[in-house]
Design a binder for this molecule. Structure first.
Ligand SMILES: [Zn+2]
Ligand SMILES: [Zn+2]
Length: 270
């Protein structure tokens, strides 16, 4: 399993490095791929359903459109990765034309990257009972976790582990953007979710099974200095009254995760 994970990480490094500002080598092939797959729908209306009543209660906060079940000591979350909110990155995608919305955010330097959203086959397998790792590992490029609407979380780096400085200008009005394979993702606060659910609530999980919370807590904005090197801390939350280690999303780099996974990561296949 470790070998598979390393292969995935290596593959992710080469295939999924987020190069939001680099034009696709062949933009047409992605267009054809999306059009030739008419069964995919945007807006969380995929055909999968939340089938298993035995999943821990907290996982029922995921969008009902995702398929979630337990497998041994893991929770399996399957997602097509399509955002359930409008975005300019649905531009020219006939199958999702009703989800297109021109950029209406506040970044004067916004620059639509050349990638367009495509349906994914993401399978996250994360520990049901996360534990601190004795040897912590860095997060890979590509998905490092999953938010409640099934969109993956990415880390604080662009390709070659460069800072996100340029990439940020391609984040849409909900702070997401697609990479070259059309995989939409959030490196920073998913503002559609925080506007809908609140800024002090559970927003998803990283691959190690530890939960990710929003940028405020007890009425205060969480800052990086409130958190440890992995970008989290431990205390009781509404979802975990007995206390749990959890990450917080902050408004400054490294945003979601710091020096890697606090726990032992599960896997993601795509
Ligand atoms: Zn990115
Ligand atoms: Zn906290």
């Amino acid at each position: 399993m470790k070998r598979i994970l390393s292969l995935l990480i290596i593959a992710g490094y080469y295939l999924l490095a987020c190069q939001g500002n680099t034009p696709l080598p062949d933009n047409r092939s992605t267009q054809q791929q999306t059009v030739s797959n008419p069964n995919q729908t945007a807006g969380g209306q995929n055909v999968l359903s939340n089938t298993n009543g035995s999943i821990p209660e907290v996982f029922k906060q995921f969008n009902a459109s995702l398929q979630i079940y337990t497998e041994g000591n893991f929770v399996v979350i399957k997602s097509n990765g399509l955002p359930d909110h409008k975005t300019p990155y649905y531009k020219d995608t006939q199958w999702a034309s009703t989800m297109y919305e021109a950029y209406n955010g506040t970044n004067a330097r916004f620059n639509l990257n050349p990638n367009r959203i495509a349906s994914q086959n993401l399978t996250f397998k994360i520990p049901v009972n996360p534990v601190k790792a004795s040897n912590t590992t860095a997060t890979p490029l590509g998905p490092i976790g999953v938010s409640l609407n099934g969109v993956p979380f990415f880390n604080q780096y662009a390709a070659q582990r460069a800072p996100l400085t340029n990439e940020i200008n391609s984040f849409d009005q909900y702070n997401g953007h697609p990479q070259q394979q059309g995989q939409y993702h959030y490196h920073v606060e998913p503002t559609y979710l925080t506007a809908k659910k609140g800024k002090d609530v559970l927003l998803g999980f990283l691959l190690d099974g530890f939960p990710v919370y929003g940028p405020t807590e007890n009425g205060k904005t969480v800052s990086n200095s409130d958190l440890d090197a992995f970008h989290g801390h431990s205390h009781a939350t509404k979802d975990y009254p007995n206390g749990i280690y959890h990450y917080h999303i902050t408004s400054t780099d490294p945003y979601i995760n710091g020096n890697g996974f606090y726990g032992s990561p599960g896997t993601v296949s795509q």
